[in-house]
Design a protein around this ligand. Structure first.
Ligand SMILES: Cc1ncc(COP(=O)(O)O)c(C=O)c1O
Length: 381
């Protein structure tokens, strides 16, 4: 099998599964319990928090465990909106965010009477910093910009945006780092980020775990009220085994990260060269300023769902758009925002790699893709 759908999810590392099993069996106590079983679980929780904080270059008391990227993004956005709505009801984001950002914003627009400015992107999928400056208003309370786009891999200018926003101390800065984690370095402190979302299953951890970084002093309202876990930001008994597994996944992913991402980039370059030489293929992922693991291209006029199925018959797994859109037969909203071309946005294919992929897999994929596309064109003729 060749698994090229790592932006949808990654295969958990064996060590991650091992940690999950061990902690589930031996340390099943509730970390809030007073007895020793609870204390053991609580100790594991704080060790994991410290490990995650060290890896992210932040303080332990700035790491809050969540159920994943969707919750982290909702907590950051709705939590900021509810907490600061008396000060202002304007938020700035981009036209290419993941649905867990976009739909959260649309919900507060409809239900809490917020105004949302969506910054457009250029043909590389990048926002303009001048437009960001122009969009800021006295009633802006939050700016939410993703680090790495989940469909095309485009990297947004987070550090530059952070520098601009540092001149507006009342405006919170949220970054969806779900696709960037372990692939593109991001200095949370230097980028002046207030809130940052991570998801475990995108870095070979398990589904149902994530982190929201909340900078010390930043105030947001919780989505879940209850037993005051996670310093009241996120009530609910912690998934200790999943959290320990996540810290381990993050550690393995970030060990020798530069060497791993260089190799991933080499594999992607080979696929890019192989695909670019095929008939009527348009590359959507920019050649500069994109994360190493994602390659998105369009084959206008071809039903790419058929291509995905034909590749699957050869045990090669890729996707058309993002996993959440592909089942709805939606076209790529990111590619549409970039090129304003629905034919191009309707015919995308996304390859997404991890450090578990090899150059041989890339060669195998290129010849399979060439074969399938040639056959399809002949059938259509
Ligand atoms: C950029 C981005 N943000 C958020 C999410 C949601 O994360 P989760 O699947 O952990 O809810 C995803 C998942 O695909 C993503 O790619």
């Amino acid at each position: 099998m060749i698994y090229f759908d790592n932006s949808a999810t990654t295969q958990p590392y064996p060590e991650v599964l091992d940690s999950f099993m061990k902690v589930s069996q031996r340390y099943f106590g509730n970390p809030s319990s007073l007895h020793s079983l609870g204390a053991e679980a609580e100790k594991l929780l704080s060790q994991s928090r410290k490990q995650a904080a060290d890896l992210l270059g932040v303080r332990e008391n700035e790491v809050f465990f969540t159920s994943g990227g969707t919750e982290g993004n909702n907590l950051a956005i709705k939590g900021a909106a509810v907490k600061h709505s008396k000060r202002g009801r304007h938020i700035i984001s981009t036209a290419v965010e993941h649905p867990s950002v976009k739909e959260a914003l649309e919900q507060i627009r409809e239900e809490l009477d917020f105004e949302i400015t969506y910054l457009g992107v250029d043909e590389e999928g990048r926002i303009s910093l001048e437009e960001l400056v122009q969009a800021l208003r006295p009633d802006t309370i939050l700016v939410s910009i993703m680090h790495v786009n989940n469909e095309t891999g485009t990297i947004q200018p987070i550090e530059e945006a952070g520098a601009i926003l540092s001149k507006y101390p009342k405006v919170l800065f949220h970054v969806d780092h779900v696709q960037g984690a372990g692939k593109v370095r991001l200095d949370i402190q230097r980028c002046k980020i207030d809130l940052l979302t991570l998801s475990s299953h995108k870095v070979h951890g398990l589904k149902g775990n994530g982190i929201l970084y909340i900078r010390n002093g930043v105030q947001i309202s919780p989505l879940f009220a209850g037993g005051s876990q996670e310093s009241r930001f996120r009530s609910g008994t912690e998934n200790v085994a999943g959290i320990v597994a996540m810290a381990r996944a993050l550690r393995i992913t970030m060990t020798d990260m530069d060497i791993k991402t260089e190799e991933i980039d080499r594999i992607r370059k080979r696929i890019r060269d192989g695909i670019s030489s095929m008939d009527s293929v348009s590359m959507n992922t920019p050649s500069d300023g994109s994360a190493p693991h994602i390659l998105n291209f369009s084959v206008p006029g071809i039903n790419t769902e058929v291509v995905v199925r034909a590749l699957q018959e050869r045990e090669i797994f890729v996707s058309t758009t993002s996993a959440c859109s592909s089942k709805k037969k939606a076209s790529s909203s990111t590619v549409l925002a970039m090129f304003k071309d629905s034919r191009r946005a309707d015919s995308t294919l996304r390859i997404s790699l991890s450090s578990q992929n090899t150059m041989e897999e890339a060669e195998h994929f290129i010849s399979a893709a060439e074969d399938i596309l040639t056959n399809l064109r002949e059938v259509m003729r």
